[in-house]
Write a protein that binds this ligand. Structure first.
Ligand SMILES: NC(=O)C1=CN([C@@H]2O[C@H](COP(=O)(O)OP(=O)(O)OC[C@H]3O[C@@H](n4cnc5c(N)ncnc54)[C@H](OP(=O)(O)O)[C@@H]3O)[C@@H](O)[C@H]2O)C=CC1
Ligand SMILES: CC(=O)N[C@@H](CCC(=O)OP(=O)(O)O)C(=O)O
Length: 345
């Protein structure tokens, strides 16, 4: 039995992680941490767990004392909070999966530029593995520290990877127009995510400045083999969950619809969690699952390819992907506890 500790268990990502770990036959939840709900039973905060989970939330200090009791630490804290505890956990031989952004970028300078914070564990950046199994599966099983990707980067990178790996588009032409449900902003109180502020409205935000831009660029550049820059515009839409990323690129040579489908199907042929769909993806068909649906359309008139991807931001965009990484790190079946389908409607 693997002992797991969860920091930030009371957040949306942490709660979703618990939902999956409870189904896992080889995992025991050792501790759950919270900031504002310490000494409160987890099932009093998320009442669907009544009768299923007995843990009482503890604070970060108490969690730190329990590090030597666990095999894996999941960190679902706001960015900037993972440095110290990650160092301590790794020193004790505990494997770490960080759902936040603290170990995703390879350079501390880039982290400072986009997150406005000094990186306090720079020496770990070269050892952290970017936890997108469809791209880095070979490195994850031996990793001690996995940086779980952001939700928008997961949807965007999976959508564009086959085009860049096969050098089919001009990288300077990439535009990603993405929409997220409100749970992407977390559970903490915030005026911008009040029902009355975001219901019946859609807005772009972080235009030309969103912190997921360098993360997407870094991984796409690795796939392409050369530096590149993209335009990325996220939008907030009035739904609880889901990300839809619509990605545009100029084709370097004429490609037919069926050629591109063949390329996508070949690229993802062994991937359980990626479905190449003939219709266009919709968030409702992946909501509640660890799946990423991808649809591809050639616009012959403009010479562009338009790729649409859909994920559940809290699952393939966070907790599901974290469990997928844990399964790989501990030698479990990659799909263990993750093969659930959307229950829509
Ligand atoms: N929401 C999403 O779709 C995604 C989120 N992520 C990342 O996962 C991480 C968690 O996100 P999310 O669950 O949405 O956020 P939430 O705001 O919902 O949860 C944050 C969690 O961290 C705890 N916390 C807050 N501040 C502190 C602090 N100073 N010290 C210790 N604990 C603290 C909170 O405790 P309490 O509840 O007691 O306040 C809560 O458990 C973030 O890094 C986020 O960027 C990644 C991909 C997708
Ligand atoms: C709707 C919304 O606000 N979404 C979040 C992204 C959530 C996520 O993946 O954030 P991390 O990179 O911090 O893990 C945002 O745009 O900041």
């Amino acid at each position: 039995m693997i002992q797991a500790g969860i920091l930030g268990a009371t957040g949306y990502a942490g709660q979703q992680l618990i939902w999956f770990l409870l189904r896992h036959p080889s995992i025991r939840l050792n501790f759950l941490s919270s900031h504002n709900h310490t000494d409160i039973s987890f099932h009093h905060i998320y009442q669907q767990y009544a009768g299923f989970i007995q843990n009482v939330c503890i604070d970060m200090h108490a969690a730190e004392e329990k590090l030597s009791d666990i095999d894996v630490l999941f960190i679902a804290l706001p960015h900037g909070k993972a440095f110290d505890i990650t160092k301590k956990a790794l020193d004790l031989g505990v494997k770490v999966i960080d759902l936040g952004a603290d170990f995703r970028l390879k350079s501390a300078d880039a982290y400072k530029a986009w997150y406005g914070l000094e990186h306090e564990a720079e020496h770990l950046l070269s050892t952290a593995v970017y936890g997108l199994p469809e791209i880095y599966r070979d490195q994850i099983p031996t990793a001690s520290l996995v940086a779980n990707p952001g939700c928008y980067p997961t949807a965007s990178i999976l959508a564009l990877a086959p085009l860049l790996k096969n050098h089919l588009i001009d990288p300077a032409s990439i535009i990603i127009d993405a929409k997220s449900g409100v749970s992407g902003a977390g559970r903490a109180a915030n005026i911008a995510t009040l029902f009355t502020e975001c219901n019946e409205s859609i807005k772009a935000y972080g235009v030309a400045s969103h912190r997921h831009t360098p993360e997407i660029e870094e991984i796409l550049a690795t796939l392409y083999g050369k530096e590149l820059v993209i335009s990325f515009t996220p939008h907030l839409v009035p739904m609880n969950r889901g990300i839809l990323a619509t990605c545009y690129g100029n084709l370097l040579e004429k490609q037919s619809q069926s050629q591109l489908y063949e390329i996508y199907n070949a690229y993802y042929q062994d991937e359980y969690f990626v479905r190449i769909v003939e219709t266009l993806p919709e968030t409702r068909w992946v909501k509640g699952s660890n799946l990423c649906d991808i649809g591809v359309k050639v616009d012959e008139r403009t010479g562009r390819v338009i790729v649409v991807s859909a994920i559940d931001n809290l699952i393939k965009g966070a907790a599901g992907q974290a469990v997928q990484n844990m399964n790989l790190m501990f030698g479990f079946k990659e799909q263990e506890s993750l093969d659930v389908l959307s229950m829509t409607p």
